[in-house]
Design a protein around this ligand. Structure first.
Ligand code: PBG
Length: 308
């Protein structure tokens, strides 16, 4: 009679790709998470796949950054190489790519800047669309724009279709809040903004009705999956999103939410397994179909054990 038990196939594991071979760089603020070169990334993804998770979400950590995010859409870029390696080694694994510019710009913002140092929405769309197409060319099943520029879903949909990628889906980070809980991620991705913050394009935490407007807008532009992010601190927004759209709904249990559980568990202050599963259960109970979490592999194993 349990109503909302997360299934392993609902879980998506975020992974960080770097160039090279044999490289594993653990991320201090995210115990259990490392930046990996494609060869090791394939090995970790193989383990995750075997644990029954639904897919992986890839982030690139490039060596080269510049003002125009030139390396974001390179055919031999870090994400593109990781995607092809995964595609070849694990043809059944669902591969999702984060489509954002913040790790590729030297200023660390999610779009290009104008002369005044403000994010320039429309010029950024072109770069994002080219980047999404390069991910699809490499073999991505789903592209996930996380930049929060206006109009990006439509721009990416058109570019994908024009490039013959009608079958590639868009998972839109529709309601992405300007959150303090992204801190550990920015260490992992090296993507902290050099000046200012992201409040010009990410959402203000007090606003829930605005989230529904953003979701409906992305749906109208052709999103296949919409997302609320963060997750555990935005359960009401997930529930509102669930009621507002019939699309599959993803929720991102973000780096800071994961790091809090890990830190407390390390000190013996929380039972990691129970606290993690309770958190993921709450996110599914609120209405999420897909949960993106750094705990995906452990959680998938725990869920399977509980079912036995
Ligand atoms: C890039 C991006 C961020 C996250 C996912 N994509 C960081 C940000 O917007 O600053 C955060 C993920 C996490 O904290 O786990 N725009």
């Amino acid at each position: 009679m349990r109503e909302a038990v997360p299934r392993p196939s609902q879980l998506v594991l975020p992974m960080f790709a770097v160039a090279g071979e044999g490289i594993r760089q653990p991320v201090d603020a995210l115990p259990g998470v490392a930046r990996l070169s494609p060869d090791l990334l394939v090995e970790e993804a193989r383990i995750a796949h075997a644990a029954g998770i639904g897919g992986v979400l890839l982030f690139g950590v490039p060596d080269d950054k510049d003002a125009l995010a030139s390396s974001a859409d390179a055919a031999d870029g870090v994400v593109q190489q990781a995607v092809s390696a995964l595609r070849n080694a694990l043809p059944d694994l669902v591969v999702i790519t984060d489509t954002c510019l913040c790790a590729y710009t030297d200023h660390g913002h999610c779009g290009l800047l104008d002369e005044d140092g403000e994010v320039a929405n429309d010029p950024s769309l072109e770069v994002l669309a080219r980047t999404a197409v390069s991910h699809a060319d490499a073999g991505a099943d789903v592209v996930a724009p996380s930049d929060m520029m206006d109009g990006r879903v439509a721009a990416i949909r058109t570019a994908l279709d024009d490039a013959g990628h009608e079958g590639v889906a868009i998972m839109a980070y529709s309601a992405k809040y300007a959150s303090a809980f992204y801190g550990p991620f920015r260490e992992a991705a090296g993507s902290a903004p050099g000046h200012g913050d992201r409040r010009g394009y990410q959402m203000d935490p007090p606003n829930a009705r605005e989230a529904v407007r953003e979701i409906l807008e992305d749906e109208a532009q052709g999103a296949d999956i919409v997302m609320v992010k963060p997750a555990a601190t935005y359960l009401d927004v997930i529930a509102a999103a669930r009621a507002a759209t019939g699309l599959p709904l993803a929720a991102y249990h973000v780096s800071g939410e994961y790091a809090m559980l890990k830190a407390a568990a390390e000190r013996g202050w929380l039972d990691e397994r129970q606290a993690t599963l309770e958190t993921l259960t709450a996110i599914v109970r609120a209405g999420a179909d897909i949960v993106i979490t750094y705990a995906a592999v452990d959680a998938a194993r725990w869920i399977r054990e509980d079912e036995r």
